[in-house]
Write a protein that binds this ligand. Structure first.
Ligand code: 6AU
Length: 264
């Protein structure tokens, strides 16, 4: 059935996308469909929380350009943690330019392609500026980069991704390039292809909005009703005085909601 989730074990064996095979295997092993968004501004804070969160999450998402003392030492430490604790490194750069510029930025000051497993990319620039450029790096063993998440829907109030046809056009780009594009950033499940993973931000169990356009909803809405696979949680954990308690809470609720499909 279109837009229905297939059990994770089946998806792991069926997918031909190497990154998704790894992601699904990590998810099943750790019983976690929780990606933590660590939007702190110093390397030390990010690394400290990454180390604490490691056992509970399948991925850690960063904004490298928000880290004021970003350095190669930071990425070395982060990749060591990811290798040791088995999580995916997600750099949320949201590339959105010509293919040539995207490539320069991927290899530029922050060397994103060398340490991130997956990055976000906007669809607005069109297929030719996305698929070829990212495929080139993903197939090159000198780079860690293994996949792309296309932004199909934003969580923000008034986002233009809600305009007629935008999400559908984004989904077509992904479906035609499934070796490179491993899934979406979206609010609701957007594709019938079960090997394209749906990652969803805008999740918080204790707040509905910030004062800057963000819209949050709960885990049941995101996983049960809207049929996403992975929740991306930021301030629900990072602004809490008890992050471990919150990590356990989000992880348990999200996994119970997703794993129901595997048992039925
Ligand atoms: O829970 P929050 O709002 O503290 O953190 C959500 C995280 C932030 C955003 O940059 C990011 O998710 N995000 C994205 C992503 C992941 O691409 C897209 C979007 O539509 N909304 C959103 O919040 O790091």
């Amino acid at each position: 059935v279109e837009n229905q989730r297939t059990p994770l074990s089946e998806r792991e064996s069926l997918t031909e996308n190497a990154l998704n095979k790894k992601i699904l295997s990590v998810m099943r092993k750790k019983k976690s469909n929780l990606c933590l968004a660590i939007d702190y501004t110093t390397s030390e804070e990010v690394l400290q929380l990454a180390e604490i969160a490691g056992p509970f999450v399948m991925a850690i998402k960063v904004h490298a350009d928000a880290i004021t003392d970003f350095s190669e030492e930071f990425t070395r430490k982060l990749t060591t943690l990811a290798n040791d604790m088995d999580f995916i490194i997600f750099e949320d750069r949201k590339f959105g330019d010509t293919g040539n510029t995207n490539l320069l930025q991927l290899k530029g000051a922050q060397k994103i392609a060398s340490w991130a497993d997956v990055v976000t990319v906007h669809a607005v620039q069109g297929t030719d500026s996305i698929a070829g450029v990212f495929r080139q790096l993903i197939n090159d063993p000198n780079y860690r980069l293994s996949g792309v998440l296309l932004i199909a829907q934003l969580s923000t109030k008034g986002s233009l991704t809600a305009l007629d046809g935008y999400t559908e056009s984004t989904v077509s780009i992904a479906e035609e390039n499934r070796d490179v594009i491993s899934g979406f950033i979206a609010q609701t499940r957007v594709s019938g292809f079960s090997d394209l993973l749906n990652w969803t931000p805008g999740v918080n169990l204790d707040a509905k909005t910030d004062s800057a356009g963000q819209q949050w909803r709960g885990v049941d809405e995101a996983i049960d009703v809207q049929q996403n696979d992975i929740i991306i949680v930021g301030r629900g954990v990072t602004s809490s005085s008890e992050p471990v308690q919150q990590l356990k809470r989000y992880r348990r609720i999200a996994w119970e909601a997703l794993a129901k499909d595997d048992e039925s």
